[in-house]
Design a protein around this ligand. Structure first.
Ligand code: HEC
Ligand code: HEC
Length: 373
């Protein structure tokens, strides 16, 4: 299915995101004023999504930026999921009087009533620092009594209102990437069923970002920069947390100050692949586990033949061949944009070339040989 969210693009199928001087720049009047409250939207109804994003009282868009409402706490992760170069803005809200218990090695288990949002948008030109962003959608996850439920809320052209989308959409537009090249993604606004492709583990929806290792970084709050774990503990969102120095910390994939090539490549695979490539995820039948803590080289793909050969294997024999990025199926599938070959299988239409380079450098530095297939 290919349809557009925007009446303008349904005519031509493509538009350049125009921001400066557009309606996005004057959209500061928002219904989500100081009197709204996140818990009021009926977050424990288990699947009935509010008819408008405002009802959750989490975020609105003003002057090309997502603005968190007073009760919502914005957060960031050390190494994010790649989504066709979208910029992202995340917020979390916990019901008053509740907190999340610290765990060192796994995801945080949020209390019933928690609301998390993640907004996706594109500046017209990635080379311009702090440029206004055209926001495409805000995804909402709600911890209902029965488990997590989620929906995308695509934003209208005026950036004033967002309504839930059950069926999703593909949006085509163009932007200029960091290298000055025009990119034209077929950007996926996921359907509610597609949320499950990535967020379901052993059948149940889970959160994928918030963990000690991902949150252990500074965030520029309105009150000033502070480590997120320390901030969450200080404002009562997180209980039982050690000092940030004693908590695990995932490398930032594109910041060499945070880790060597191995640490950053493993962090990238952890954030972008492990949610399917683990013992309970969508790719469990492959036996390929792409977590950053996997200690067995074979399980990580080194000299491991793929379960399915054929075109996705490009006539190569192993997921990773030490020292040989060009013979490694894992890299080949990261570089591909062909539907039956590319990894991840959904959520991107462009190659993440910078990340593929990082993984290529990592494989080039691995030693050993696989022997004849
Ligand atoms: C291609 C896989 C993929 C799909 C499809 C997907 N997500 Fe996610 N989502 C992720 C990953 C990975 C993260 C964590 C990393 C990050 O935030 O960058 C995440 C994070 C989130 C977050 C922040 C909380 C968290 O779990 O980390 C929300 C909210 C969210 N997604 C909602 C949704 C909703 C709603 C849908 C369906 C409409 C959806 N997502 C579809 C992969 C996906
Ligand atoms: C949305 C779920 C999902 C995500 C995310 C995902 N994969 Fe996969 N992957 C699969 C499934 C399902 C298969 C098995 C079918 C196939 O080979 O196409 C697979 C197979 C593979 C294989 C063949 C493995 C084998 O031994 O059989 C490789 C290599 C691979 N993926 C690499 C990656 C990399 C690298 C990433 C991250 C950049 C990634 N995948 C992210 C679902 C996913």
């Amino acid at each position: 299915m290919r349809r557009s969210l925007f009446s303008r693009s349904s005519l031509g199928g493509m538009f350049a995101i125009a921001i400066a001087g557009s309606s996005a720049a004057c959209g500061s009047s928002t219904p989500a004023g100081p009197t709204c409250s996140p818990g009021a939207a009926g977050v424990d109804t288990g699947g009935d999504f509010a008819p408008s994003l405002d009802a959750y009282c989490m975020v609105h868009v003003a002057d090309g930026q997502v603005v968190p409402n007073a009760a919502a706490t914005p957060y960031d992760v050390n190494t994010p999921l790649f989504s066709d170069y979208a910029v992202k803005y995340r917020t979390v809200w916990l019901p008053p009087g509740t907190s999340v218990a610290y765990v060192a090695d796994d995801r945080f288990e949020f209390p019933v009533g928690t609301v998390i949002t993640k907004s996706f948008g594109f500046p017209a030109d990635l080379r311009v620092a702090n440029a206004p962003v055209r926001w495409l959608e805000t995804r909402v996850l709600i911890r209902s009594a029965a488990g997590w439920v989620g929906s995308s809320y695509p934003w209208d052209d005026a950036q004033k209102s967002a309504q839930p989308s059950a069926g999703g959409a593909i949006v085509t537009f163009s932007f200029i990437d960091a290298g000055g090249k025009t990119q034209t993604p077929n950007y996926l606004v996921p359907s509610q069923a597609q949320c499950r492709k990535c967020h379901a583990n052993d059948g149940a929806m889970i959160t994928l970002g918030p963990s000690a290792a991902q949150l252990n970084r500074d965030f520029a709050y309105a009150s000033g920069a502070e480590n997120q774990l320390a901030h969450w503990a200080r404002v009562g969102l997180l209980s039982g947390a050690p000092t940030p120095a004693a908590a695990p910390k995932l490398a930032v994939w594109d910041d060499p100050a945070t880790g060597d090539t191995t640490a950053r490549a493993r962090a990238y695979l952890q954030a972008n692949c492990k949610y399917c490539h683990n013992g309970n995820g969508e790719a469990r039948t492959t036996g390929l586990v792409l977590s950053n803590t996997e200690a067995d080289p074979y399980t990580l793909g080194v000299c491991k033949p793929p379960v399915a050969a054929g075109k996705a294997a490009a006539n190569e024999h192993y997921d990773i061949v030490p020292g040989q990025p060009g013979q490694s199926i894992l890299l080949y599938r990261m570089q591909s944009t062909a539907p039956s070959i590319m990894m991840p299988e959904l959520g991107r239409s462009l190659e993440h070339a910078e990340a593929a380079q990082l993984v290529s450098d990592w494989i080039a530095g691995l030693s050993g040989t696989c022997g004849a297939p």
